[in-house]
Design a protein around this ligand. Sequence first.
Ligand code: PHE
Length: 344
Amino acid sequence: MRDEAVQAVAGAGTLAELKQVRIDHAGDRSPLALANREIGALPPQARKEAGQRVGQARGAVAQALAGRTAELEEVEAARILAEETVDVTLPPIAEPVGARHPVTTISEHVADIFVAMGWEVAEGPEVEAEWLNFDALNLGPDHPARTMQDTFFVDPAAAAMVLRTHTSPVQARTMLTRTPPIYVVCPGRVFRTDELDATHSPVFHQVEGMAIDEGLTMAHLKGTLDHFAQAVYGDGMTTRFRPSYFPFTEPSAEMDLLCYVCHGEPDLVATCRTCRGEGWVEWGGCGVVNPRVLTACGVDTDRYTGFAFGIGLDRTITGRYDIADLRDLFDGDIRFTQPFGSDL
Ligand code: PHE
């Protein structure tokens, strides 16, 4: 019994095998345990001798088990060490790392510029009431921008909700919920039914700005935008106003930036790709808030005036970084976003 058990212990090649050997030869139902239990039934003279022999046998088996366990544990530890060695000389496997999208970075940068002047950041929903997107902004039912051509209607049959076509409804929302003085900027996503091509996208980004206070004029608008342009593009950047028309501002202007590549220098401007020989790059629309809009949104026109602007953020990026295809901004390919880092 004893030799058989000791042999089985020595023959166990793994800790799992040894566990089975322990059950078979030293467990409760092992022959040795049974023999131990039977000692009590022997005649007294035989008990002592039998007790001694069984005790010694059990001791020997326990010792063998302990010795083999230690050996096998050592083997196992050596195997783990060998298998899990890290070869620090191997070249690393580079995991692609995500990057902040330039639209996010510029939106936050723009918000920071205005917050530094004491303005607040406002937000509005992308699915907007048609009334706020158009009517409140003096865009009557017959205005061309209200036709299906430009606007995504959420439910063409009901036509009460649209995907906002500009960030200007946030102007209306803000005036309706707050009392002047109001100074807010709102960067956000807007939607128009444009075909996707190198210079158009049905989804794009704008930043809206609106100030309502006593005595605000077009001069305040110009000064604000010049500061904004310099904060984004550096000192020396200037803006230019061209007369324009928006139903919600009067007077209205298109604002241009002095071309940030050729700076309108006579010997460079003719061949400049960024401004296509113009010397100026379009940046957005702006103007003095139309009193009809102020009235529709409950602002006292005897006391307050305001100005507003809306610029295209995507063009700000594609123009500045000479990105030929606007679609690159919306593809979600991290190879495009990575080089920007957070440096805009
Ligand atoms: N909402 C106008 C657009 O999308 C831009 C604009 C905003 C013009 C504010 C004037 C004032 O083109």
